[in-house]
Design a protein around this ligand. Structure first.
Ligand code: NAG
Ligand code: CU
Length: 231
């Protein structure tokens, strides 16, 4: 078992340049948007390196180094919205998608405060300690339904793919993050929640963030963050 953990770590290091990922595109009305057109360019758009400090300002949108050129795309409430990587989600792990409503325009809005709610997640599948599976691994991206009751307005949509292969030490989980800008049309009168701040939502000590996924095989898995709001 030690050997296989070691092999995984080596495979990860060897692949840093080629196999990591960003999330530069949305899928709206079945069409994939151009890279970084409707998603804020992340600091790692060239390196693809993850964020590992869940308390850093860059844990929100990882966009401190970019000039903010993304434009906002219209998405009907109740429709399918995709978030696509530039390759595939290579590492074992889980996914959370958060949204936050801008006071007016999503462009240039920082997303400060307890304004974020979870709209989608892909967790790990456990089996009492005999196996663990990661449905969010080796897929190019995710697709979810924009809640039908989400109020009309402009939002940030934050993708968070958490890679867990090195999560057995504090700070070892890798967060692959990006924020898209959408204008939700034809929305409803729901009240999204629970609301959290990002950063702030995690400490890094959560059982779903600080854990060894290899040995012993976890008997259960606790998805980090609040419950999904589905409207
Ligand atoms: C599994 O469940 C136990 C009991 O609720 C909890 O203490 C532990 O943190 C969970 N493990 C994971 C990896 O989520
Ligand atoms: Cu890696």
């Amino acid at each position: 078992m030690k050997l296989s953990v070691f092999s995984v770590a080596v495979a990860c290091l060897a692949s840093i340049a080629s196999a990591h990922y960003t999330f530069p595109s949305l899928v709206v009305g079945g069409k994939t948007t151009a890279a970084w057109a409707n998603v804020r360019t992340t600091n790692n758009f060239e390196t693809q390196a993850p964020v590992t400090d869940v308390t850093s300002a860059d844990f929100r949108c990882y966009d401190s180094a970019e000039p903010g050129t993304a434009t906002t795309i219209a998405v009907p409430a109740g429709s399918q919205l995709g978030i696509m990587s530039d390759g595939t989600i290579y590492h074992p792990g889980v996914v959370n998608v958060y949204m936050a409503k801008a006071p007016s325009s999503a462009s240039g809005w920082a997303g400060d405060g307890a304004v974020w709610f979870k709209v989608y997640q892909i967790t790990a599948e456990t089996n009492g300690g005999s196996s663990i599976a990661f449905p969010a691994q080796n897929v190019p991206g995710v697709t979810f339904t924009v809640p039908k009751n989400l109020p009309t307005g402009e939002y940030l949509v934050r993708m968070e793919a958490i890679a867990l292969h090195a999560a057995s030490t504090f700070g070892g989980a890798q967060f692959y993050i990006s924020c898209g800008q959408v204008s939700v049309t034809g929305g409803g009168s729901g009240t999204p929640g629970p609301l959290v701040s990002i950063p702030g939502v995690y400490t890094g000590y959560e059982p779903g963030i600080l854990l060894n996924i290899y040995y012993p095989v976890p008997a259960n898995y606790t998805q980090p963050g609040p419950a999904v709001w589905s409207g």
